[in-house]
Write a protein that binds this ligand. Sequence first.
Ligand code: NAD
Length: 473
Amino acid sequence: MDIDVNVIEKMVRQAIADVSKDNGCPTVTYHGPAGNYGVFDTMDGAIEASVIAQKELLHSTMAERQKYVDTIRATVLNRANLEMISMLAVEETEIGKYEHKLIKNRLAAEKTPGTEDLVTEAKTGDNGLTLIEYCPFGVIGAITPTTNPTETVICNSISMIAGGNSVVFSPHPRATKVTHLLVQMLNKALEEAGAPKNLITTVKEPSIENTNAMCEHPKVRMLVATGGPSIVRKVMSTGKKAIGAGAGNPPVVVDETANIEKAAKDIVDGCSFDNNVPCIAEKEVFAVDQICDYLIHCMKQNGAYEMKDPAMVEKLDALVTNDKGGPKVEFVGKSAKYILDKLGIQVSDDIRVIIMETNKHHHLVTEEMMMPILPVVRCHDVDEAIDNAYEAEHGNRHTAMMHSRNVEKLTKMAKLLETTIFVKNAPSYAGIGVGGEGHTTFTIAGPTGEGLTSARSFCRKRKCVMSDALHIR
Ligand code: NAD
């Protein structure tokens, strides 16, 4: 991308300093009830304000709702705002890359569907006319991850408000400032556009206790969790309507019919995007023996550093793994260069991914690490590669990639893995609309089955029956 990061960084730091109090949020004067453009002292306050906002929204016209969606898009796409939230997200969470956050935030603003997603079904016959319409749930409680803290707020806000809902966000504590900044920015713009106050709310001090309070609150009608297995399990056990967008461990299969040069570049591009934190990003490769050496060679030409010494691979694994076998927080979303430096290996800025050959049982294959470390497993043939990919995906049914020109094998893999997103011959991000057709979403709900969420996912289907009239055939 044609961006001078130093210039932007300077501008954004100045902008943040200009509008900041001590917490990095804009100083805004709020003349309404308790709360500061949607940021409330207590979860109860955030929910009660959200109830009022949603009742008002219910009486808005569809044109007004679409105007609110357009307001969110325009606010995020304002250059200073986009740069500020992207910069602050990286600064506060210490996860990912600024240039890629810009792309992801822009994508969420531009390609999340609005009210056009709510297509009414009509049935007519001798008994009249029946309409089936997508209607709001009410107040939605949404839990957001550290890995996409702003993208999820943008995407969920557009979808949920388009569907006639208000939303209370419970962010990860490590993304508090940037969530506050974004929520305030959006509410201010929405109010100026004539929308109800507090369509988007959150709490001053996010915590597990506040998330629990939100899950248990009787006025929260739907829960949406975008995060790891623990929070998905939690919302699904509340007895409320819950949408769970959980973890993935996306495998890539490369067979002998693929365009290997392109596959290598696509894999490195996808794996290194935002330093591998997207839940859809390439996490392990299964390559057919016949092309495996050439694939590795081409990956190295595209910014991969190959770690050949098995002892060093084990050292790397120990460095980035916590006591429970998961990724150490301080390495999630860090660059390949940063990780290698901790092992005393200095590389140039061109190095984007660390690769190594392992067997299919290796911890780096089986665990979702969320950093640009990409094990490559050599397989006898494409069928073995597909079987191994199926195992590594752990039945998450989240995302998988395949590089092949063999339609039968592409179909076999898609059918076996049953992932929400299956990308053929492209980087993983084609699956969320970067270089691939279709809308985007940052809440990919595999566990509960909504899949690629959009406005209709956050709605109830209701029926309106006119008996014996209004059919005109
Ligand atoms: P995380 O699970 O640690 O946290 C996600 C959110 O849940 C945070 O707000 C956190 O505070 C909260 N949370 C977690 N456990 C909780 C508990 N027991 N009680 C109350 N709140 C709890 O995940 P993260 O590190 O922030 O994000 C990365 C994970 O999210 C990865 O597993 C990734 O695959 C997944 N993810 C999935 C999608 C998707 O669309 N399917 C999108 C982004 C991230």
